[in-house]
Design a protein around this ligand. Structure first.
Ligand code: PHE
Length: 342
């Protein structure tokens, strides 16, 4: 076989390989195999110098022609294959904008927080300021300044969690009253929501629970202002038909002290089998009273000039009643099946 015949053969082989190449990667392999640095055709071109002058001309011409023809076939075929590959990729990666989206999970407020926000909103609307205090409290703010001296039996009722060095987990939000009065002059109008702690655990008590304290101190405030304020709050939280009644109560730091009941907003006192009020017609809602003059004295307010009222309520209990939840502990177990219901 002459060199020219071999060139012809290589060209035919290359062209048929190109015709069957199905991917750009295939075609690149074919290019290397037939036109690469160590391809046979390349070797032939390199050896042209060793041939006789007539052969040199003929072989030079036909090898160049063969190269160009293979090159052209490769180019055309590559274009075709690349276009198809691109089309396939686009089809595979296509986004169907008509498909429905994945709904994003939206959180929501805890039932206690719903009640807290509602109560706080009401008082802010009346011009009250929101005040907060520490959950780790000193014995002084939690008890002594509230007219509960050391060794007084009233301390025993609080089931206090004692920490080191005269510190306690606050058993109520009332210490915020003291902190507020010590930091400003009257008039004072504040609401103080926050976490409180008592060593208690049953269906209606959890070791951590919430309270919202309220405190108003000004000239001429009376029990009538207290009752009117809380009646308006009850209507705001439980509906326009809600009524309140006061019963005598006892707290060390208020005098007189009252407990406030709200008319059952489910049956209004008409259903002896009512699940919410158990037929009583009334629900216990909070403790309150006129700030004891000795507390005013303790913070440097003149009890001859100023009077005040204070109240403390349990928003968790209120949420239990409002949403008909039988066990307070459910509120703080973090079970999503429970929480998602609100
Ligand atoms: N701090 C009292 C309690 O936790 C509630 C209360 C607050 C009573 C303010 C009167 C005035 O029981």
């Amino acid at each position: 076989m002459t060199v020219s015949e071999r060139i012809e053969q290589l060209k035919t082989e290359a062209l048929s390989a190109v015709a069957t190449g199905v991917s750009t990667a295939d075609l690149e392999d074919i290019r290397v195999r037939f036109l690469g640095r160590s391809a046979e055709l390349t070797e032939i071109k390199k050896s042209i110098g060793t041939l006789s002058p007539e052969e040199r001309k003929e072989v030079g011409r036909s090898s160049n022609l063969a190269s160009r023809e293979i090159e052209a076939a490769l180019g055309a075929r590559t274009e075709e294959v690349a276009a198809r590959e691109q089309e396939e990729r686009l089809r595979a990666e296509a986004v169907d904008v008509t498909l429905p989206g994945v709904p994003s999970q939206r959180g929501h407020l805890h039932p206690s927080q719903i009640v807290i926000d509602d109560v706080v909103d009401f008082f802010v609307g009346l011009g009250y300021r929101v005040a907060e205090g520490p959950e780790v409290e000193t014995d002084y703010y939690n008890f002594t300044a509230l007219n509960i001296p050391e060794h007084h039996p009233a301390r025993g009722e609080h089931d206090t969690f004692f920490l080191d060095e005269g510190l306690v987990l606050r058993t109520h939000t009332s210490p915020v009253q003291i902190r507020t009065m010590l930091s400003q002059e009257p008039p004072v109008f504040v609401v103080c929501p926050g976490r409180t702690y008592r060593n208690d655990n049953d269906p209606t008590h959890t070791p951590m629970f919430h309270q919202i304290e309220g405190l108003a101190v000004d000239r001429g405030l009376t029990l009538a202002h207290l009752k009117g304020t809380l009646a308006a709050m009850a209507r705001h939280v439980f509906g326009e038909d809600a009524e309140v009644r006061l019963r005598p109560g006892y707290f060390q730091f208020t005098e007189p002290s009252v407990e406030l009941d709200i008319s059952c907003f489910v049956c209004g006192g008409t259903d002896p089998n009512c699940k919410v009020c158990k037929g009583a017609g009334w629900l216990e809602m909070l403790g309150a009273g006129m700030v004891d003059p000795s507390v005013l004295e303790e913070v440097g307010y003149d009890p001859e000039e100023y009077t005040g009222f204070a109240f403390g309520m349990g928003p968790d209990r209120m949420a239990m009643v409002k949403y008909g939840v039988p066990d307070l502990r459910l509120f703080f177990e973090g079970d999503l099946r429970f929480l998602r219901q609100f």
